[in-house]
Design a protein around this ligand. Structure first.
Ligand SMILES: Cc1cc2nc3c(=O)[nH]c(=O)nc-3n(C[C@H](O)[C@H](O)[C@H](O)COP(=O)(O)OP(=O)(O)OC[C@H]3O[C@@H](n4cnc5c(N)ncnc54)[C@H](O)[C@@H]3O)c2cc1C
Length: 469
């Protein structure tokens, strides 16, 4: 591989193939992916990001951007590419006015919660603390607080970017509003974000949450009860469902570990006495094999699932948005969920709606406002490396659920083997506007290591792949 040299004025850390630390630096969350970039540039400032981008373009090398490195497709790195790596930039600064959080682009959700919660503040976040804030926000994003406060990207008030041209801009409702519309859901297609600014809410620090386990044999009746229970739920309540093998973790009752279970995952934020009252029917249904609901710190709940999806395992995902669960959808889920061979593989049903659904579909490029659920079917294998029989299970389950889905998908859960048609399906009506804005902000498709939206003009000029020549 050719050596790409040093970007002018760069002050961070450069890691080339053969350097000590190269193999560590190119590790991604998904251990099924093994990419060999020509240069990993760990930036120490926004100026560094601009310098690396200019250098990569001058050298004609593909450009990638690494936030948390969690995307299942491994977009953060490309073979022979230059990685603008933000892992040294993780500061989260709280401003009383607003209140707001100014966040550097390498922050993980654990960093965000650690900075905001001591003030009793919060905002919708990913449900695993070691996920990157950048990629999740740019794809739209949802988590436990989203039914109350909207998508993660709905809470973004501004972002600073380096554009493909090298120009530095701020995007907000006032500055480049079209760009601001696009980056809230349009993924990484429009530039390199060097700072995010979020609006914060007085969430408090305590929540009522925790899993309720039922034996998998009762999946159909549990899911039917669940469907009816969440119908008309207040925004303060979200209930996710995981169909899986109970993991071998401390917080799981010993007698359940390794057994097939339905885990209901209620989360209540607000007046916890009211939450106790609301959750009573869900807790008494069955009765469950175990009820671990308790009042606890929000940060503790945020970390609950961390060890179920650690770095380095192999992963392969597919996903659908779902309308309210029908009996047929429930039967299909229950039929397929436990056909997997790896204990680590699982099916997760996110609960959407609430404030997400209250904003108009064209509020931003983000998707999912009309969906009741996001379904992710996750093949996971602890030994890592490429390939596993559960990839077939994941694809089969995905196909079986197709008739029960909305036809759209959350862009951050799309796999890179699904093609442009799936990215179009993800954005639906918003796709053309995104392609037009891409033509304006990145006409040569410099930022294409992502769920790519080729620039509309490239298509007009007969370059169907929209790739930078
Ligand atoms: C364990 C796990 C849990 C998850 N939970 C949730 C969840 O609760 N809710 C949810 O909505 N999603 C969730 N996701 C999906 C998540 O949103 C995506 O994986 C997302 O891409 C992760 O962002 P990242 O910064 O870690 O990823 P990376 O792989 O670093 O980047 C992802 C994409 O964003 C681009 N990018 C990163 N940083 C920047 C930047 N500063 N400027 C421009 N482009 C950038 C990259 O080029 C790449 O295309 C989860 C993923 C995992 C693996």
């Amino acid at each position: 591989m050719r050596r790409l040299g040093t970007p002018a004025g760069f002050t961070g850390e450069l890691i080339h193939p053969g350097d000590t630390g190269y193999d560590h630096a190119r590790r991604l969350w998904n251990g099924a992916i093994d990419r060999h970039p020509a240069l990993i540039a760990r930036c120490a400032s926004p100026d560094d990001a601009a310098a690396v981008l200019a250098h990569a373009l001058e050298m004609g090398a593909p450009v990638t951007v690494r936030g948390g490195g969690h995307n299942v497709c491994g977009w953060a790195l490309a073979d022979g590419g230059v990685a603008i790596d933000f892992s040294l930039l993780r500061r989260v600064e709280i401003q009383a006015q607003g209140p707001r959080a100014r966040v550097q682009p390498g922050a993980l959700w654990g960093d965000f919660d650690a900075a905001t919660q001591p003030w009793g503040l919060g905002a919708p976040a990913g449900i695993v603390t070691h996920t990157g804030l950048a990629g999740l926000t740019l794809g739209g994003g949802f988590g436990w607080l989203s039914r109350r406060f909207g998508l993660v990207s709905d809470n973004l008030v501004a972002a600073d970017l380096v554009l493909a041209s090298g120009e530095r801009v701020r995007a907000s409702q006032q500055d480049h509003p079209d760009l601001f519309w696009a980056i809230r859901g349009g993924g990484a297609n429009f530039g390199v974000v060097t700072e995010f600014e979020f609006g914060l809410h007085a969430t408090g620090t305590q929540v009522l949450a925790g899993p309720i386990f039922h034996a998998a044999g009762r999946a159909r009746e549990v899911l039917r009860f669940y469907r009816d229970f969440i119908d008309g739920a207040p925004d303060e309540l979200s209930v996710y469902v995981s169909l899986r093998t109970a993991p071998d973790l401390d917080w799981v009752p010993a007698e359940l570990r390794g057994t097939p279970v339905v885990a209901l995952l209620p989360f209540y934020t607000g007046d916890l006495d009211e939450g106790e009252r609301l959750l009573r029917p869900l807790r008494s249904f069955g009765p469950p094999a175990a009820d671990l609901i308790q009042r606890k710190p929000y940060t503790a709940h945020q970390a609950l699932l961390d060890a179920t999806v650690p770095h380095g395992w192999g992963y392969y995902w597919k996903s659908h948005y779902l309308p309210p669960l029908t009996d047929a959808a429930i039967d299909t889920l229950a039929d397929h969920a436990w056909r997997k061979s790896s204990a680590a593989s699982y099916t997760l049903v996110f609960h959407l709606g609430g404030q997400i659904a209250r904003l108009p579909a064209d509020h931003s490029a983000a998707t999912g406002r009309d969906a009741n659920h996001a379904l992710v079917i996750n093949a996971a294998w602890p030994e890592g490396g490429p390939g596993h029989p559960d990839i077939g299970w994941c694809r089969d389950t995905f196909r079986a659920m197709e008739p029960h889905a909305t036809g759209a998908v959350y862009v951050n859960f799309v796999h890179n083997d699904e093609g442009e048609a799936r990215v179009r399906a993800a954005y639906g009506q918003r796709y053309q506007r995104l392609a037009d804005l891409k033509a304006l902000y990145d006409p040569r498709n410099v930022f294409r290591n992502n769920q790519n939206i080729p620039p509309a003009s490239a298509k007009c000029q007969g370059q169907p792949d929209g790739e930078h020549p």
